[in-house]
Design a protein around this ligand. Structure first.
Ligand code: ATP
Length: 230
């Protein structure tokens, strides 16, 4: 049996006085792709923010690679091997593509060359400032940056949102290649037709709570209708 890389158990999170998470639990095993799903505002981004310690849980535990990370600052969690590609693809606007990648780099298999193999467009634009890239190229750079940290878990929050179809295809091709290489991935994406075929497990959130976990095969039309509004 593969090892559990990430275990989130029954976390509760508040934004000021208002409660956003009421009991989210999920697991990612090594080498798995886990899809975190649910309609808008159900708590997907808050769950990811909490994993990366940008929000603090008032209840529940988060273990990453065997370590309790509840009380750790976000840079320590990143160092343990959580590579976040946040919603909105933030990069250093006034650095070049290559400078962005180098700034994030840590020892490991993900060299600049390997990132450029995954996204040849980034190599073509390596001397260009990040703020002159198209939205899709910035997304590739955000994924490349996360990869150069050599993460044990890659976390993708709405990586294909708002992108042109051909760029979305390129991002999905890269995600599939990463899965094939055994990269563990926690992913939020609205495109179920792309997401479900690559997911090993799905976790559905409804009003800040995990309401269903299972394989994509077990996700019936009824469940999708009830929880995902499709
Ligand atoms: P979406 O798909 O729209 O991004 P989501 O499933 O990622 O949705 P969250 O963004 O985690 O959902 O939001 C969960 C709840 O927390 C929502 O009710 C939202 O309004 C609330 N929330 C999110 N961010 C904040 C914030 N910074 N301050 C206050 N409330 C927030």
């Amino acid at each position: 049996m593969s090892n559990i890389l990430l275990s989130i158990k029954d976390i509760e999170v508040f934004y000021g006085p208002s409660q956003a998470l009421f009991g989210v639990s999920l697991e990612v095993k090594e080498g798995e792709v886990v899809a975190l799903m649910g309609r808008n505002g159900m708590g997907k981004t808050t769950t990811i923010r909490t994993l990366c310690k940008m929000s603090k849980p008032t209840k529940g535990d988060i273990h990453f690679d065997g370590t309790l990370v509840n009380k750790m600052p976000s840079h320590k969690v990143a160092k343990l091997g959580v590579g976040l590609v946040p919603e909105g693809r933030r990069c250093f606007a006034n650095l070049t593509v290559e400078e962005n990648l180098v700034a994030a780099q840590r020892d490991g298999e993900w060299t600049l060359e390997k990132v450029y193999q995954l996204f040849p467009r980034l190599e073509e634009r390596k001397d260009q400032l990040a703020n002159t890239l198209s939205g899709g190229e910035q997304q590739m750079l955000a994924i490349g940056r996360a990869l150069t940290t050599n993460p044990k878990l890659l976390v993708l929050d709405e990586a294909t949102e708002g992108l042109a179809p051909v760029i979305r295809e390129e991002i999905w091709r890269a995600v599939k290649a990463l899965k094939a290489q055994g990269q563990s991935i926690l992913i939020v994406d609205k495109s179920l037709s792309e997401l479900l075929p690559i997911a090993d497990h799905c976790v559905i959130l409804e009003r800040g709570e995990t309401v269903w976990t299972g394989t994509p095969d077990a996700l019936t039309d009824d469940l999708a209708d009830r929880y995902l509004g499709v």
